[in-house]
Design a protein around this ligand. Structure first.
Ligand code: BES
Ligand code: MN
Ligand code: MN
Length: 462
């Protein structure tokens, strides 16, 4: 597609300037003080979708943050691709670990991105990746080459669990009617190793509270005689994995789908450099469930992790205190056939069962979601494969990811439509971490690949 590459080349700077403008809006969905910024980001997208040529562009409010919708129906008889993305971002904390400010995007070169990468919160997840679709749409419009219908649904609550998206999809089922959903919110193996995401893990997320004595106590006067909730919580958490890093919650693995030896063999053929992995993270070695490789541990196996833990005195200096309460936020990544709600129940009863009689415990469930597997045997997968092969000059391989996008199974359930996960980020792009970035190469290459997907996808429907 020569015209396309030329269009991207000629508009490179503007495409970047516009992304910068979007990245300057601190649309942190978790933080109510950014409510106004959420609206600003939605308005920015409304304007850009409209000027790119979308019709019926609107900001639809929900009980939470609004959803931006737009469409271009070129012919009712042609297939319709629904592009999903999110304009909300994770909180930038801890701020002191950023080399530059999270909402002041800058381009810097890195070893992996010698052409430069945009550093900002949301650069990769998902503003940079979502905005590629707006620019790819603009290019198709400008070149008079829109091979099928397109709809955009860009939400603002992905990072907080997409709580209102289910109702939204049910309410606007007809409006959202489409043949396939296209999402760029995942990663590739590498710039020279393109891949298509064929799996996502599910999620069960809980907050726990361990309650000891009715007040904080002097740790000298009472220490040794009264159970300390922080100690108890640590012991309880430690007991949830055995010496093989197997999760000890009864029934936890009962429904886990077994992956055939053949598939495991295939999956382990994917390029993976253990040394690069450990040295990037500055860790001496990896660790995890016995009997599985790192690629398997982060895709086809479930996990249990503490995301945050607190209690007692954490201020400056030392305070001798036996705290009254301890807390933790715990996530479990799930794999096909494990149901989020059921796992939350299993966790809750297990946690209550293992608590010693000296404390009380409370478990509060947060958002959850189900795992996803994407078949490679579909028109849309083949279209994505062809598009990437042509744009990157190398055939992509299928790869299951460890992350979660709970709305993907929801789309299937409510709209009856499957998704294609054509992500262009890299795992090393520091999503959710300080110094998040997105390669310029990936940004522009994505804009060039997306129209090819449209072209090949609509060709399969002729
Ligand atoms: N884009 C990510 C999910 C992702 C990242 C998938 C990398 C594959 C590779 C998404 O924004 C995300 O962060 N999802 C959350 C779950 C959500 C319920 C908060 C996650 O995976 O923690
Ligand atoms: Mn995302
Ligand atoms: Mn995210």
């Amino acid at each position: 597609m020569e015209g396309l590459n030329k269009y991207v080349e000629e508009n490179k700077q503007r495409f970047l300037d516009e992304l910068f403008e979007l990245l300057r809006i601190p649309s942190v969905s978790a933080d109510s003080k950014h409510k106004g910024d959420m609206i600003k980001a939605a308005e920015f997208l409304k304007e850009k979708l409209t000027s790119a040529g979308a019709e019926k562009v609107e900001i639809i409010s929900t009980p939470g943050h609004p959803i931006v919708y737009g469409e271009k129906i070129v012919d009712e008889n042609l297939p319709t691709v629904l592009v999903y993305g999110h304009y909300d971002v994770q909180p930038p904390d801890p701020l002191e670990l950023w080399d530059t400010e999270p909402f002041k995007p800058v381009v810097k070169k890195t070893d992996i991105h010698p052409e430069g990468a945009v550093f900002a919160r949301g650069a990769c997840d998902d503003k940079g990746q979502m905005y590629m679709h707006v620019k790819a749409f603009e290019a198709m419009q400008q070149l008079g080459d829109m091979p099928c219908n397109i709809k955009f649904m860009i939400e603002g609550e992905e990072e907080v669990g997409s709580e209102h998206l289910g109702d939204f999809c049910r309410k606007y089922k007809e409006k959202l009617d489409c043949d396939v959903i296209l999402i760029s919110d995942t990663a590739m193996i590498g710039k020279d190793n393109p891949s298509i995401t064929t799996g996502l893990r599910g999620l069960s997320y809980v907050e726990v509270e361990v309650i000891g004595p009715n007040r904080d106590l002097h740790s000298g006067v009472y220490g040794g005689a009264v159970d300390n909730p922080v100690n108890v919580l640590c012991e309880m958490i430690a007991s949830m994995k055995d010496e093989n890093n197997h999760i000890t919650i009864e029934g936890f693995y009962d429904k886990v789908a077994t992956v055939s030896d053949e598939e495991r063999k295939m999956m382990n053929k994917a390029p993976f450099d253990l040394n690069a992995y450990t040295s990037d993270l500055e860790i001496a070695d990896v660790s995890g469930e016995k009997g599985y490789t790192t690629l398997e541990r982060t895709s086809i196996r479930p996990t249990l992790d503490v995301n945050g833990i607190w209690g007692g005195y954490i201020g400056e200096g030392a305070k001798t205190v036996l705290p009254s309460k301890a807390y933790a936020k715990i996530s479990m990544r799930l794999v096909p056939n494990q149901r989020s709600e059921e796992i939350t129940k299993l966790f809750t009863s297990h946690f209550k069962k293992i608590a010693p009689p000296t404390v009380k415990v409370k478990v509060t469930p947060h958002h959850g979601g189900e795992a996803v597997v994407v078949t490679t045997d579909s028109d849309e997968y083949r279209a994505a494969h062809r598009a990437i092969e042509e744009a990157f000059g190398k055939a992509p391989i299928p790869q299951r990811s460890g992350g979660s996008i709970p709305i993907v199974p929801l789309f299937e359930e409510v709209l009856g439509v499957k998704s294609i996960l054509m992500g262009f980020g890299l795992d090393s792009d520091a999503l959710h971490s300080p110094n998040e970035h997105y390669g310029l190469f990936n940004y522009y290459k994505g804009i060039e690949t997306i129209p090819l997907f449209f072209k090949y996808y609509s060709a399969t429907k002729k």
